[in-house]
Design a protein around this ligand. Structure first.
Ligand code: C2E
Ligand code: CA
Ligand code: CA
Ligand code: CA
Length: 277
């Protein structure tokens, strides 16, 4: 509850200091996390609804902190963004995701696509082009197997977004709009964007089988997306019912706990092999 007057003031300052201190500590540790190899990727399978085979994965960043254990990305990525560390970390994610995917390819696994999350700060920098080229060259991964996940707000609010999207597309990689439906894309603008996939935000997918509003929104996104020749990925699929609803409504692929949680590399490999792809 809010306190009035001076009490409020006295209460507020120590609270702020504690938060700032926490962030400072986190930033300090994050600087060392890369060299200490505390960062790792997990891979969440993406399954085609037509073939029911694993067609790719989303790479999700994990930080195994020496003292604090696993720190979720929602806690440390904002720190990485504010401190500028996200550029170095983002380069590592790109390189590691490409390396792992190419290693699976060379090991004889069926061809898989890898989706990598890109933050606004990374996207804004022209150097992202060089980072991607380097990751592709160092790994040998064909560009068509790399996909970048960009959020709606990044591509809608940045003035130079269209130019950057075209530059990225020219590398031969795929582009996806993440968390779709939470932003404010206009149809006419979306039409101009050189993107391949729409990822429906999990907020609309979770209760799809019980909430008629969510169901209608998802149906509309799928229909609209297909009109624009986009492939539709639904994330946050947590039940058989949600999966079947999406299949019946022509969604292209799915990702979520119902199929698999994000997995470490070796477990992901086993998952692909035992599922038949
Ligand atoms: P996101 O890109 O929307 O990623 C999907 C999140 O949903 C992941 O959380 C994933 O573990 C979780 N998820 C997957 N399936 C389900 C499900 O069925 N139910 C529920 N409730 N959740 C599900 P995670 O791994 O904690 O990542 C959180 C966010 O952190 C990501 O959201 C993304 O914005 C960011 N992030 C993760 N890795 C990276 C990265 O390498 N770079 C950047 N810039 N951001 C990243
Ligand atoms: Ca994502
Ligand atoms: Ca998402
Ligand atoms: Ca999200």
């Amino acid at each position: 509850a809010k306190q009035a007057g001076r009490d409020n003031f006295q209460f507020f300052i120590p609270e702020m200091n504690q938060r700032a201190m926490e962030r400072l500590h986190l930033e300090h540790d994050l600087r060392r996390a890369l060299e200490r190899q505390e960062l790792m990727l997990q891979f969440q399978p993406q399954v085609s609804l037509k073939s029911r085979l694993v067609v790719g994965a989303e790479a999700l960043l994990r930080w195994r902190h020496g003292a604090q254990g696993m720190i979720p990305p929602d806690r440390f990525i904002p720190v990485a963004e504010d401190s500028g560390l996200i550029l170095e970390i983002g380069d590592w994610v790109l390189a590691e995701a490409c390396r792992q995917t190419q290693a699976w390819r060379l090991a004889g696994l069926p061809e898989l696509r890898i989706a990598v999350n890109v933050s606004a700060a990374q996207f804004r920098r022209p150097t992202i082009i060089r980072s991607i080229r380097k990751a592709l060259e160092a790994s040998g991964l064909p560009p068509r197997l790399l996909e970048l996940e960009l959020t709606e707000s990044m591509v809608m609010t940045e003035a130079a977004a269209l130019t950057r999207l075209n530059e990225l597309r020219a590398l031969g990689i795929r582009l996806s709009i993440d968390d779709f439906g939470t932003g404010y894309s206009s149809l006419s603008y979306l039409k101009q964007l050189p993107v391949d996939d729409l990822k429906i935000d999990q907020a609309f997918v979770r209760d799809i089988s019980s909430d008629p509003n969510d169901a209608a929104i998802v149906q509309a996104i799928i229909r609209m997306g297909h009109t624009l020749h986009l492939s539709i990925v639904a994330e946050g699929v947590e039940s058989q019912e949600a999966l079947e609803f999406l299949a019946e409504n022509d969604c292209d692929s799915v990702q979520g706990y119902y199929l698999s949680r994000p997995l470490e590399g070796a477990d992901f490999e086993r998952f692909v092999v035992t599922r038949g792809r």
